[in-house]
Design a protein around this ligand. Sequence first.
Ligand SMILES: Cc1ncc(COP(=O)(O)O)c(C=O)c1O
Length: 354
Amino acid sequence: MYFRSDNQTGASDRVMETLAMANRGTTPGYGDDEWSTRAVDMLKETFGCDLEAFFVLTGTAANSLALSCLVDPWHSILCHAKAHILRDESTAPEFYTGGARLVPISGGDGKLEVRHLEHYFRITEVHAPHNSLAKALSITQAAENGLVYSAGEVASLCEAAHGRGLSVHMDGARFANAVAALGCMPADISWKAGVDVLCLGATKNGGLAAEAVIFFRKGSAEEFSHRRKRGGHLLSKGRLFGAQFLGWLQDGHWLELAGHANGQAARLFSALTSIPGIRLAWPVQANELFVILPVRLAERLLSAGAEFYGWDRGSLPADTTLAADETLIRLVTSFATSDENVDRFCAKAKDLAT
Ligand SMILES: Cc1ncc(COP(=O)(O)O)c(C=O)c1O
């Protein structure tokens, strides 16, 4: 009953097989190999456009290095109040950008909306050089609460941001889950909607450890390779990144994996909502569930061996309150979540709730 995070599982068999193939023989180092070239070509095919892509080891490095190409140290990056870059990456974005400021412009709940940007610009005066100038907007797809931004929502945010002279960064740690949920083309919620830089995460969805930083705007990636090297993320055996991405993307494998994770979240949703005393904070759109349940039930589930994290109440919808004996937890499904895992958890929850 493993629902702590989508990194509790290993890599998909296919990714491991591709890695094993790439492991043989010799190739040039530092990404100048055929596996990496083929992976970048596959990204171009997947997104249906020309692009520049770089591989790094972690989502934190991907986000922070990407942002460092969009802003100067005296600039600000606008984001959601619960954004991973703001809350869960220590001060890596500040470190890599040389000190740029992260500014939350929303409340803790919901998704980013154009009104948040408009409100920020309405209340913020900028007297250069005294105040920090906003130069980037960061959107997380799928969002902090498991919701998915539609293509229209991404496009509206990008249009508003570009109109104010901001570049748009997308933290796509769960981008695959969003594409699978929307049934859209990857381009629809990235460059076609106006995203300038996408950090596409494979790690949570079947990769071993691989994230791609994808620049869609010509010329915007010039500094990246220097910054990546300086940051210690230019992998010497670069083919091992390339092989992971190639195996992951080929034949739509990445979307099959994400579709499975989303499907298991939907199964959890329908079984859990039929149990008295359990309700969901947000609709389930991708592979995360935010579940409100009695504290005692959460404790009993943990004692019975279920694994999940308690979650921050500040991310609840504004009109949702918890009773004194209720708590909020997060359940995450992955490409490897089995029917048996879901069924056991739901049966246990039903049993312990009654
Ligand atoms: C939204 C989001 N972005 C990025 C990451 C990547 O973080 P890490 O540096 O752990 O790979 C995560 C992982 O939890 C995440 O949830």
